[in-house]
Design a protein around this ligand. Structure first.
Ligand SMILES: *[C@@H]1O[C@H](CO)[C@@H](O)[C@H](O)[C@H]1NC(C)=O
Length: 190
């Protein structure tokens, strides 16, 4: 009884806050990139748009993927903070189910829980659409999405196509926020 009360309170709190990635019901099951090739996906990706919008966040957000000797993928995310400092975090991405190579499990060293990293579509050389979703208690889900590019900008037509893919799985694309990718010189020299 007490547990149920706590759960209900948590649900109410989440629903009434501005937690933009909170939804009732289970995660959608999106279509994944066919024949995903992690080797071709390695290298640097720049964040163009992201869901949900965060209140305080850095600019010039980028992710660098490289192969580790054990075959897993090293994830190095970095961003430029308002105070001019570079904030970075490292993690490891693993394909846990070989029959689903486009679903990676990413874990970061700072005690964050593993998150699924689903590549919905990519051409490896210009764009990538990534979605992450976790179910809680079978009652609600929390999701994240990223539109990534091999360069610090991406053409509007491609962004529109990727937004449509998100809409198709029930994501409200009005809630995507644009990541500033200007004045990033300090990131490239590091
Ligand atoms: C994945 O891509 C790499 C690099 O282009 C290539 O050498 C490899 O053959 C590809 N693997 C498959 C299974 O297509």
């Amino acid at each position: 009884m007490e547990l149920l009360k706590v759960v209900l309170l948590l649900l109410l709190a989440a629903a009434s806050s501005h937690s933009q990635s909170f939804h009732f019901l289970k995660c959608p099951t999106p279509t994944l990139q066919e024949n995903f090739n992690a080797t071709k996906y390695l290298g640097t990706w720049y964040e163009i748009e992201k869901l949900p919008a965060m209140f305080e966040r850095g600019t010039c957000v980028q992710a660098k993927y490289s192969l580790r000797p054990d075959g897993t993928v090293r994830v190095h995310n970095s961003e430029l903070l308002a105070n001019g400092k570079i904030n970075s975090i490292e993690g490891v991405a693993t394909i846990t189910d070989p029959s689903q190579p486009a679903v990676l499990s990413v874990s970061f060293y700072r005690g964050l829980p593993d998150a699924p990293y689903m590549v919905l579509s990519t051409d490896y050389s210009s764009y990538s659409l990534v979605y992450s979703c976790s179910d809680y208690l079978g009652l609600f889900h929390v999701d994240f999405a990223w539109i990534l590019s091999r360069t610090r900008e991406l053409d509007g037509a491609t962004i529109g196509q990727l937004r449509n893919e998100l809409t198709a799985i029930g994501v409200d694309t009005d809630r995507l926020s644009i990541t500033a990718q200007t004045g990033c010189g300090v990131m490239d020299s590091g």
